[in-house]
Design a protein around this ligand. Structure first.
Ligand code: ADP
Ligand code: MG
Length: 497
Protein backbone atom coordinates (compact mmCIF):
# COMPACT_ATOMS: atom_id res chain seq x y z
CA UNK A 1 0.00 0.00 0.00
CA UNK A 2 1.48 3.36 -0.96
CA UNK A 3 0.97 6.66 0.69
CA UNK A 4 -0.71 8.02 -2.40
CA UNK A 5 -3.39 5.33 -2.17
CA UNK A 6 -4.20 6.49 1.34
CA UNK A 7 -6.66 9.32 1.41
CA UNK A 8 -5.00 12.00 3.53
CA UNK A 9 -7.80 12.01 5.96
CA UNK A 10 -7.52 8.40 6.84
CA UNK A 11 -3.78 8.67 7.48
CA UNK A 12 -4.33 11.72 9.60
CA UNK A 13 -6.99 9.95 11.59
CA UNK A 14 -4.79 6.95 12.21
CA UNK A 15 -1.93 9.15 13.35
CA UNK A 16 -4.20 11.16 15.61
CA UNK A 17 -5.65 8.04 17.19
CA UNK A 18 -2.11 6.89 17.98
CA UNK A 19 -1.26 10.32 19.37
CA UNK A 20 -4.37 10.30 21.52
CA UNK A 21 -3.31 6.99 23.01
CA UNK A 22 -0.14 8.65 24.22
CA UNK A 23 -1.56 11.79 25.79
CA UNK A 24 -4.10 12.75 28.38
CA UNK A 25 -7.42 13.60 26.84
CA UNK A 26 -7.39 17.25 27.77
CA UNK A 27 -3.90 17.66 26.40
CA UNK A 28 -4.88 16.01 23.16
CA UNK A 29 -8.05 18.06 22.78
CA UNK A 30 -6.20 21.29 23.44
CA UNK A 31 -3.33 20.86 21.06
CA UNK A 32 -4.49 18.54 18.32
CA UNK A 33 -8.08 19.60 17.70
CA UNK A 34 -7.18 21.73 14.68
CA UNK A 35 -4.37 19.67 13.22
CA UNK A 36 -4.44 19.06 9.46
CA UNK A 37 -2.28 16.94 7.20
CA UNK A 38 -0.21 19.02 4.80
CA UNK A 39 2.13 16.48 3.33
CA UNK A 40 3.13 12.86 3.62
CA UNK A 41 6.09 11.51 1.70
CA UNK A 42 8.28 8.45 2.13
CA UNK A 43 10.31 10.20 4.79
CA UNK A 44 8.32 13.08 6.18
CA UNK A 45 4.97 13.87 7.65
CA UNK A 46 4.04 17.53 7.71
CA UNK A 47 1.13 18.49 9.94
CA UNK A 48 -0.68 21.79 9.75
CA UNK A 49 -1.64 24.10 12.61
CA UNK A 50 -3.43 27.44 12.42
CA UNK A 51 -0.64 29.85 13.40
CA UNK A 52 3.05 30.43 14.02
CA UNK A 53 2.78 30.26 17.74
CA UNK A 54 1.24 26.80 17.60
CA UNK A 55 3.73 25.64 14.98
CA UNK A 56 6.63 26.67 17.18
CA UNK A 57 5.03 25.18 20.27
CA UNK A 58 4.14 21.85 18.65
CA UNK A 59 7.58 21.52 17.07
CA UNK A 60 9.14 21.98 20.46
CA UNK A 61 6.77 20.00 22.64
CA UNK A 62 5.12 17.27 20.63
CA UNK A 63 7.38 16.13 17.81
CA UNK A 64 8.72 13.17 19.79
CA UNK A 65 5.25 11.96 20.72
CA UNK A 66 3.90 12.34 17.21
CA UNK A 67 6.94 10.68 15.67
CA UNK A 68 6.39 7.59 17.79
CA UNK A 69 2.66 7.66 17.05
CA UNK A 70 3.24 8.10 13.32
CA UNK A 71 5.63 5.20 13.20
CA UNK A 72 2.97 3.03 14.75
CA UNK A 73 0.14 4.37 12.58
CA UNK A 74 1.93 4.46 9.25
CA UNK A 75 4.14 1.46 9.78
CA UNK A 76 7.43 3.16 8.96
CA UNK A 77 9.55 5.87 10.53
CA UNK A 78 8.93 9.39 9.24
CA UNK A 79 10.30 12.74 10.30
CA UNK A 80 7.50 14.86 11.73
CA UNK A 81 7.21 18.60 11.36
CA UNK A 82 4.48 21.13 12.17
CA UNK A 83 3.87 24.04 9.86
CA UNK A 84 1.29 26.79 9.52
CA UNK A 85 -1.63 25.69 7.41
CA UNK A 86 -2.79 28.74 5.45
CA UNK A 87 -6.28 27.28 5.03
CA UNK A 88 -6.65 26.66 8.75
CA UNK A 89 -5.45 30.18 9.43
CA UNK A 90 -8.32 31.54 7.41
CA UNK A 91 -10.84 29.26 9.06
CA UNK A 92 -13.45 31.12 11.05
CA UNK A 93 -12.29 32.12 14.48
CA UNK A 94 -13.98 30.78 17.56
CA UNK A 95 -16.12 33.40 19.26
CA UNK A 96 -13.95 35.87 21.11
CA UNK A 97 -15.24 37.09 24.44
CA UNK A 98 -16.53 40.61 23.98
CA UNK A 99 -13.64 42.01 21.97
CA UNK A 100 -14.62 45.62 21.39
CA UNK A 101 -15.52 46.50 17.78
CA UNK A 102 -13.58 43.63 16.28
CA UNK A 103 -16.25 40.98 15.84
CA UNK A 104 -16.50 41.55 12.12
CA UNK A 105 -12.80 41.28 11.38
CA UNK A 106 -11.50 38.48 9.25
CA UNK A 107 -8.15 36.92 10.04
CA UNK A 108 -8.77 34.42 12.83
CA UNK A 109 -7.73 34.75 16.44
CA UNK A 110 -4.42 36.53 16.72
CA UNK A 111 -2.42 33.83 18.40
CA UNK A 112 1.15 34.85 18.89
CA UNK A 113 3.30 36.71 16.42
CA UNK A 114 1.69 36.74 12.98
CA UNK A 115 3.63 37.54 9.84
CA UNK A 116 2.71 41.10 8.99
CA UNK A 117 1.74 40.37 5.39
CA UNK A 118 -0.86 37.72 6.11
CA UNK A 119 -2.91 39.46 8.79
CA UNK A 120 -3.74 43.06 8.26
CA UNK A 121 -4.48 44.75 11.55
CA UNK A 122 -8.17 44.82 12.30
CA UNK A 123 -10.00 48.01 13.13
CA UNK A 124 -9.60 47.31 16.81
CA UNK A 125 -5.80 47.42 16.70
CA UNK A 126 -5.88 50.85 18.34
CA UNK A 127 -3.01 52.32 20.33
CA UNK A 128 0.09 50.41 21.41
CA UNK A 129 -0.77 47.37 23.47
CA UNK A 130 2.00 48.03 25.93
CA UNK A 131 1.15 51.58 26.78
CA UNK A 132 0.67 51.78 30.52
CA UNK A 133 -2.83 52.83 31.43
CA UNK A 134 -3.90 55.14 34.14
CA UNK A 135 -5.18 52.30 36.32
CA UNK A 136 -2.37 50.32 37.96
CA UNK A 137 -2.62 46.54 37.94
CA UNK A 138 -4.79 45.14 40.72
CA UNK A 139 -3.05 44.23 43.95
CA UNK A 140 -2.23 40.57 44.55
CA UNK A 141 -5.16 38.54 45.76
CA UNK A 142 -3.79 37.72 49.16
CA UNK A 143 -5.66 39.15 52.08
CA UNK A 144 -4.07 40.23 55.29
CA UNK A 145 -2.99 37.38 57.53
CA UNK A 146 -5.37 36.47 60.27
CA UNK A 147 -3.74 36.65 63.65
CA UNK A 148 -5.26 34.50 66.31
CA UNK A 149 -4.09 35.56 69.71
CA UNK A 150 -3.06 32.81 72.05
CA UNK A 151 -5.62 31.91 74.69
CA UNK A 152 -5.90 34.34 77.58
CA UNK A 153 -3.29 33.54 80.16
CA UNK A 154 -1.24 31.49 77.74
CA UNK A 155 2.26 32.50 76.80
CA UNK A 156 2.25 30.74 73.43
CA UNK A 157 3.19 32.74 70.34
CA UNK A 158 0.22 34.20 68.45
CA UNK A 159 -0.93 32.10 65.49
CA UNK A 160 -0.59 33.85 62.17
CA UNK A 161 -2.67 32.31 59.39
CA UNK A 162 -3.27 33.21 55.73
CA UNK A 163 -7.03 33.50 55.15
CA UNK A 164 -6.78 31.51 51.89
CA UNK A 165 -4.83 28.62 53.38
CA UNK A 166 -7.91 26.58 54.19
CA UNK A 167 -9.16 23.14 53.23
CA UNK A 168 -11.81 24.79 51.03
CA UNK A 169 -9.16 26.39 48.90
CA UNK A 170 -7.00 23.29 48.63
CA UNK A 171 -7.37 21.44 45.33
CA UNK A 172 -7.03 17.70 45.77
CA UNK A 173 -5.48 15.39 43.19
CA UNK A 174 -3.45 12.20 43.15
CA UNK A 175 -0.28 14.13 44.04
CA UNK A 176 -1.59 15.32 47.39
CA UNK A 177 -4.56 13.09 48.18
CA UNK A 178 -3.05 11.20 51.09
CA UNK A 179 -1.58 14.31 52.71
CA UNK A 180 -4.91 16.09 52.40
CA UNK A 181 -6.96 13.19 53.79
CA UNK A 182 -4.73 12.74 56.82
CA UNK A 183 -4.58 16.48 57.41
CA UNK A 184 -8.38 16.59 57.50
CA UNK A 185 -8.56 13.66 59.88
CA UNK A 186 -6.06 15.32 62.19
CA UNK A 187 -7.95 18.62 62.12
CA UNK A 188 -11.15 16.79 63.03
CA UNK A 189 -9.67 14.61 65.76
CA UNK A 190 -6.31 15.86 66.98
CA UNK A 191 -4.30 13.31 68.92
CA UNK A 192 -6.46 10.43 67.80
CA UNK A 193 -4.11 8.24 65.73
CA UNK A 194 -2.06 9.76 62.86
CA UNK A 195 0.40 11.02 65.42
CA UNK A 196 2.72 12.55 64.47
CA UNK A 197 1.68 13.71 61.03
CA UNK A 198 4.73 14.32 58.89
CA UNK A 199 4.20 16.05 55.52
CA UNK A 200 7.05 16.31 53.07
CA UNK A 201 7.52 17.74 49.61
CA UNK A 202 9.49 20.29 47.65
CA UNK A 203 8.97 23.99 47.94
CA UNK A 204 5.66 25.41 46.74
CA UNK A 205 3.65 22.19 46.89
CA UNK A 206 1.29 23.06 49.73
CA UNK A 207 2.93 22.07 53.01
CA UNK A 208 2.37 25.38 54.74
CA UNK A 209 -1.10 25.62 53.25
CA UNK A 210 -2.11 22.27 54.77
CA UNK A 211 -0.53 22.99 58.16
CA UNK A 212 -2.43 26.25 58.37
CA UNK A 213 -5.63 24.61 57.19
CA UNK A 214 -5.30 22.11 60.04
CA UNK A 215 -4.78 24.88 62.59
CA UNK A 216 -7.68 26.94 61.26
CA UNK A 217 -10.08 24.01 61.17
CA UNK A 218 -9.06 22.58 64.53
CA UNK A 219 -9.50 26.01 66.14
CA UNK A 220 -12.82 26.53 64.40
CA UNK A 221 -14.06 23.31 65.96
CA UNK A 222 -12.50 23.90 69.35
CA UNK A 223 -11.54 27.52 69.99
CA UNK A 224 -10.06 26.56 73.34
CA UNK A 225 -7.48 24.25 71.79
CA UNK A 226 -3.97 25.20 72.82
CA UNK A 227 -2.16 25.33 69.49
CA UNK A 228 1.48 26.22 68.99
CA UNK A 229 2.13 26.83 65.30
CA UNK A 230 5.59 28.01 64.35
CA UNK A 231 8.34 27.68 61.82
CA UNK A 232 11.33 25.59 62.66
CA UNK A 233 13.37 28.76 62.77
CA UNK A 234 11.00 30.32 65.27
CA UNK A 235 11.16 27.19 67.40
CA UNK A 236 14.96 27.27 67.25
CA UNK A 237 15.10 30.98 68.06
CA UNK A 238 12.72 30.60 70.97
CA UNK A 239 14.85 27.81 72.34
CA UNK A 240 18.18 29.56 71.86
CA UNK A 241 16.82 32.69 73.44
CA UNK A 242 15.51 30.66 76.38
CA UNK A 243 18.94 29.09 76.83
CA UNK A 244 20.70 32.44 76.77
CA UNK A 245 18.22 33.86 79.26
CA UNK A 246 18.56 30.82 81.46
CA UNK A 247 14.89 30.20 80.98
CA UNK A 248 14.73 26.68 79.60
CA UNK A 249 12.25 25.64 82.27
CA UNK A 250 9.83 28.29 81.09
CA UNK A 251 10.38 27.16 77.51
CA UNK A 252 9.49 23.62 78.47
CA UNK A 253 6.45 24.71 80.39
CA UNK A 254 5.23 26.53 77.31
CA UNK A 255 5.74 23.90 74.67
CA UNK A 256 5.14 20.72 76.62
CA UNK A 257 1.65 21.79 77.64
CA UNK A 258 0.00 22.36 74.30
CA UNK A 259 -2.73 20.28 72.64
CA UNK A 260 -1.19 20.60 69.22
CA UNK A 261 2.37 21.42 68.23
CA UNK A 262 2.85 22.34 64.57
CA UNK A 263 6.37 22.99 63.27
CA UNK A 264 6.85 23.98 59.63
CA UNK A 265 10.01 23.28 57.59
CA UNK A 266 11.58 20.98 60.13
CA UNK A 267 14.51 20.29 57.79
CA UNK A 268 16.05 23.50 59.16
CA UNK A 269 16.89 21.40 62.22
CA UNK A 270 19.75 19.82 60.28
CA UNK A 271 22.97 20.32 62.24
CA UNK A 272 21.21 22.04 65.16
CA UNK A 273 21.97 19.44 67.77
CA UNK A 274 20.72 21.12 70.90
CA UNK A 275 17.44 22.15 69.37
CA UNK A 276 17.02 18.61 68.05
CA UNK A 277 17.52 17.28 71.53
CA UNK A 278 14.98 19.70 72.96
CA UNK A 279 12.48 18.82 70.26
CA UNK A 280 13.04 15.15 71.00
CA UNK A 281 12.03 15.63 74.62
CA UNK A 282 9.15 17.91 73.70
CA UNK A 283 7.98 15.25 71.29
CA UNK A 284 8.07 12.54 73.93
CA UNK A 285 6.25 14.62 76.50
CA UNK A 286 3.45 15.53 74.09
CA UNK A 287 3.12 12.15 72.43
CA UNK A 288 2.77 10.46 75.79
CA UNK A 289 -0.17 12.72 76.62
CA UNK A 290 -1.68 11.94 73.19
CA UNK A 291 -1.23 15.50 72.07
CA UNK A 292 -1.05 16.03 68.35
CA UNK A 293 2.30 16.67 66.67
CA UNK A 294 2.54 17.91 63.09
CA UNK A 295 5.66 18.57 61.05
CA UNK A 296 6.54 19.50 57.51
CA UNK A 297 9.82 19.14 55.70
CA UNK A 298 11.33 19.24 52.24
CA UNK A 299 12.31 15.57 52.50
CA UNK A 300 11.08 12.44 54.28
CA UNK A 301 12.49 11.97 57.81
CA UNK A 302 15.31 9.60 56.86
CA UNK A 303 16.47 11.91 54.07
CA UNK A 304 17.01 15.01 56.20
CA UNK A 305 20.78 15.32 56.49
CA UNK A 306 22.24 15.24 60.00
CA UNK A 307 19.03 14.55 61.79
CA UNK A 308 19.44 12.43 64.92
CA UNK A 309 18.35 8.87 64.38
CA UNK A 310 16.04 8.90 67.38
CA UNK A 311 14.15 11.88 65.97
CA UNK A 312 13.95 10.23 62.56
CA UNK A 313 12.38 7.18 64.11
CA UNK A 314 9.89 9.28 66.15
CA UNK A 315 8.86 11.16 63.02
CA UNK A 316 8.03 7.85 61.43
CA UNK A 317 5.81 6.64 64.24
CA UNK A 318 2.66 8.14 62.78
CA UNK A 319 1.85 8.98 59.17
CA UNK A 320 4.45 10.20 56.70
CA UNK A 321 2.62 11.68 53.71
CA UNK A 322 4.19 13.10 50.56
CA UNK A 323 3.13 16.15 48.57
CA UNK A 324 4.29 15.56 45.01
CA UNK A 325 4.29 17.88 42.03
CA UNK A 326 0.72 18.05 40.70
CA UNK A 327 -0.12 16.27 37.46
CA UNK A 328 -1.74 17.99 34.49
CA UNK A 329 -5.38 17.75 35.60
CA UNK A 330 -4.60 18.98 39.09
CA UNK A 331 -2.58 21.87 37.71
CA UNK A 332 -5.54 22.80 35.54
CA UNK A 333 -7.95 22.59 38.44
CA UNK A 334 -5.66 24.75 40.58
CA UNK A 335 -5.39 27.34 37.83
CA UNK A 336 -9.16 27.49 37.50
CA UNK A 337 -9.56 27.89 41.24
CA UNK A 338 -6.92 30.63 41.48
CA UNK A 339 -8.32 32.50 38.48
CA UNK A 340 -11.78 32.33 39.97
CA UNK A 341 -10.59 33.59 43.33
CA UNK A 342 -9.25 36.76 41.71
CA UNK A 343 -12.20 37.14 39.35
CA UNK A 344 -10.18 36.55 36.20
CA UNK A 345 -11.83 34.86 33.22
CA UNK A 346 -9.38 32.35 31.76
CA UNK A 347 -10.63 30.27 28.83
CA UNK A 348 -10.00 26.53 28.79
CA UNK A 349 -7.34 26.59 26.11
CA UNK A 350 -5.33 29.09 28.13
CA UNK A 351 -5.71 26.99 31.27
CA UNK A 352 -4.35 24.00 29.35
CA UNK A 353 -1.53 26.06 27.94
CA UNK A 354 -0.44 27.44 31.30
CA UNK A 355 -0.65 23.99 32.89
CA UNK A 356 1.58 22.71 30.14
CA UNK A 357 4.16 25.46 30.57
CA UNK A 358 4.29 25.54 34.36
CA UNK A 359 4.85 22.09 35.72
CA UNK A 360 6.97 22.22 38.78
CA UNK A 361 5.20 23.99 41.56
CA UNK A 362 2.00 25.58 42.66
CA UNK A 363 3.46 28.89 43.68
CA UNK A 364 4.50 29.32 40.05
CA UNK A 365 0.98 28.52 38.89
CA UNK A 366 -0.19 31.37 41.10
CA UNK A 367 2.54 33.54 39.63
CA UNK A 368 1.27 32.70 36.16
CA UNK A 369 -2.27 33.77 37.07
CA UNK A 370 -0.92 36.99 38.53
CA UNK A 371 1.01 37.66 35.30
CA UNK A 372 -2.07 37.03 33.18
CA UNK A 373 -4.06 39.34 35.37
CA UNK A 374 -1.54 42.15 35.22
CA UNK A 375 -1.14 41.84 31.48
CA UNK A 376 -4.86 41.71 30.90
CA UNK A 377 -5.35 44.87 32.98
CA UNK A 378 -2.54 46.73 31.24
CA UNK A 379 -3.75 45.78 27.81
CA UNK A 380 -7.40 46.13 28.75
CA UNK A 381 -7.91 42.89 26.90
CA UNK A 382 -9.44 39.58 27.85
CA UNK A 383 -7.08 36.71 28.55
CA UNK A 384 -6.48 34.60 25.44
CA UNK A 385 -3.69 32.39 24.15
CA UNK A 386 -1.81 35.24 22.53
CA UNK A 387 -1.84 37.24 25.73
CA UNK A 388 -0.82 34.19 27.76
CA UNK A 389 2.00 33.45 25.37
CA UNK A 390 3.52 36.90 25.90
CA UNK A 391 2.76 37.13 29.60
CA UNK A 392 4.41 33.79 30.37
CA UNK A 393 7.50 34.25 28.25
CA UNK A 394 9.82 34.64 31.27
CA UNK A 395 8.35 31.58 33.00
CA UNK A 396 8.66 29.53 29.82
CA UNK A 397 12.29 30.35 29.60
CA UNK A 398 12.90 29.14 33.12
CA UNK A 399 10.80 26.00 32.91
CA UNK A 400 12.22 24.90 29.58
CA UNK A 401 15.81 25.98 29.97
CA UNK A 402 18.06 22.97 29.60
CA UNK A 403 19.28 21.47 32.85
CA UNK A 404 22.90 22.14 33.59
CA UNK A 405 25.43 19.88 35.24
CA UNK A 406 25.98 22.66 37.68
CA UNK A 407 22.40 22.48 38.86
CA UNK A 408 22.40 18.70 39.04
CA UNK A 409 25.64 18.56 41.00
CA UNK A 410 24.47 21.33 43.33
CA UNK A 411 21.26 19.51 44.20
CA UNK A 412 23.12 16.26 44.85
CA UNK A 413 25.84 18.00 46.87
CA UNK A 414 23.28 19.84 49.01
CA UNK A 415 21.40 16.64 49.68
CA UNK A 416 24.54 14.98 51.03
CA UNK A 417 25.68 18.03 52.97
CA UNK A 418 28.70 18.50 50.65
CA UNK A 419 30.00 21.45 48.70
CA UNK A 420 29.74 21.57 44.93
CA UNK A 421 33.53 21.88 44.90
CA UNK A 422 33.80 18.50 46.67
CA UNK A 423 31.91 16.74 43.92
CA UNK A 424 34.11 18.38 41.32
CA UNK A 425 37.32 17.67 43.21
CA UNK A 426 39.65 14.68 42.97
CA UNK A 427 38.75 13.53 46.50
CA UNK A 428 38.00 9.84 46.58
CA UNK A 429 36.63 9.30 50.07
CA UNK A 430 33.48 7.22 50.18
CA UNK A 431 31.34 10.08 51.48
CA UNK A 432 32.13 12.02 48.30
CA UNK A 433 32.47 9.33 45.68
CA UNK A 434 28.98 7.85 45.95
CA UNK A 435 27.26 11.25 45.65
CA UNK A 436 29.57 12.06 42.76
CA UNK A 437 28.62 8.82 41.01
CA UNK A 438 24.95 9.65 41.47
CA UNK A 439 25.51 13.14 40.08
CA UNK A 440 27.28 11.65 37.06
CA UNK A 441 24.43 9.23 36.51
CA UNK A 442 21.79 11.94 36.74
CA UNK A 443 23.94 14.24 34.62
CA UNK A 444 24.09 11.64 31.90
CA UNK A 445 20.37 10.93 32.16
CA UNK A 446 19.11 14.48 32.35
CA UNK A 447 21.49 16.39 30.07
CA UNK A 448 22.58 13.66 27.68
CA UNK A 449 26.09 15.12 27.74
CA UNK A 450 28.92 12.84 26.65
CA UNK A 451 31.02 10.80 29.04
CA UNK A 452 33.99 12.96 28.16
CA UNK A 453 32.12 16.18 28.97
CA UNK A 454 30.89 14.70 32.24
CA UNK A 455 34.40 13.58 33.14
CA UNK A 456 35.65 17.08 32.42
CA UNK A 457 33.05 18.64 34.68
CA UNK A 458 33.68 16.27 37.57
CA UNK A 459 37.34 17.06 38.18
CA UNK A 460 38.79 16.17 34.78
CA UNK A 461 38.14 12.46 35.09
CA UNK A 462 38.55 9.92 32.35
CA UNK A 463 35.43 8.90 30.42
CA UNK A 464 35.84 5.28 31.58
CA UNK A 465 35.50 6.46 35.18
CA UNK A 466 32.22 8.13 34.28
CA UNK A 467 31.03 5.04 32.47
CA UNK A 468 31.84 2.93 35.52
CA UNK A 469 29.91 5.35 37.77
CA UNK A 470 26.87 5.48 35.50
CA UNK A 471 26.73 1.69 35.22
CA UNK A 472 27.18 1.22 38.93
CA UNK A 473 24.31 3.54 39.84
CA UNK A 474 22.13 2.13 37.06
CA UNK A 475 22.51 -1.43 38.35
CA UNK A 476 22.09 -0.49 41.99
CA UNK A 477 18.75 1.26 41.43
CA UNK A 478 17.42 -2.03 40.13
CA UNK A 479 18.28 -4.06 43.20
CA UNK A 480 18.18 -1.52 46.03
CA UNK A 481 14.73 0.00 46.54
CA UNK A 482 15.80 2.61 49.11
CA UNK A 483 18.61 3.72 46.84
CA UNK A 484 16.21 3.98 43.91
CA UNK A 485 13.91 6.19 45.96
CA UNK A 486 16.78 8.49 46.86
CA UNK A 487 17.81 8.79 43.21
CA UNK A 488 14.20 9.40 42.16
CA UNK A 489 13.81 12.11 44.74
CA UNK A 490 17.01 13.80 43.65
CA UNK A 491 15.80 13.65 40.05
CA UNK A 492 12.49 15.26 41.06
CA UNK A 493 14.30 17.96 42.94
CA UNK A 494 16.56 18.67 39.99
CA UNK A 495 13.60 19.02 37.69
CA UNK A 496 11.81 21.36 40.05
CA UNK A 497 13.31 24.69 39.38
P1 ADP B 1 5.20 24.94 50.66
O1 ADP B 1 4.95 25.29 52.09
O2 ADP B 1 5.13 23.47 50.40
O3 ADP B 1 6.45 25.54 50.11
P2 ADP B 1 2.83 26.49 50.23
O4 ADP B 1 1.90 25.79 51.17
O5 ADP B 1 3.39 27.79 50.66
O6 ADP B 1 4.01 25.53 49.79
O7 ADP B 1 2.07 26.62 48.83
C1 ADP B 1 2.48 27.51 47.82
C2 ADP B 1 1.28 28.19 47.24
O8 ADP B 1 0.53 27.26 46.50
C3 ADP B 1 0.36 28.74 48.31
O9 ADP B 1 -0.16 29.98 47.92
C4 ADP B 1 -0.75 27.70 48.39
O10 ADP B 1 -1.99 28.27 48.76
C5 ADP B 1 -0.80 27.17 47.00
N1 ADP B 1 -1.18 25.76 46.96
C6 ADP B 1 -0.40 24.70 47.24
N2 ADP B 1 -1.06 23.55 47.08
C7 ADP B 1 -2.30 23.88 46.68
C8 ADP B 1 -3.46 23.11 46.33
N3 ADP B 1 -3.46 21.78 46.34
N4 ADP B 1 -4.56 23.80 45.96
C9 ADP B 1 -4.56 25.13 45.92
N5 ADP B 1 -3.51 25.90 46.21
C10 ADP B 1 -2.38 25.29 46.60
MG1 MG C 1 6.15 26.40 53.38
Amino acid sequence: MTAAADPHREVLERVLVAVRGRLRRKQFDTWFARTTLLDLSAETLVLGVPNDFLAEWMNREYVTTVTAAAREAIGRPVAVRFQVDGAARRAPARAEPAAPQSSATAGGPALGPQPAASTPPGPAAGPSLFMPRAAPPPPPPYGRPTVIAALPGSDLPPIVLQPLYTFDQFVVGPSNQLAHAVARAVADRPGDGNNPLFLHGSVGLGKTHLLQAICAEALRRRPDLRVAYLSCEQFTNEYVSAVTRNATEAFRARFRNVDMLVVDDIHFLANKERTQEELFHTFNALHQQRKQLIFSSDAPPNDIPSLEERLVSRFRWGVVAPLAAPELETRMAILRRKAESVGLVVPDDVVAYVADVVRSNIRELEGAIASLRTRSTLEEAPVDLALAHTALEPLRRIEHAPLTLDRIATVVATHYGLKLADLRSLKRTKSVSLPRQIAMFLGREETGQSLVELGGFFGGRDHTTVLYAVDKVASRVVIDEAFRQTVDRLRDRIRQR
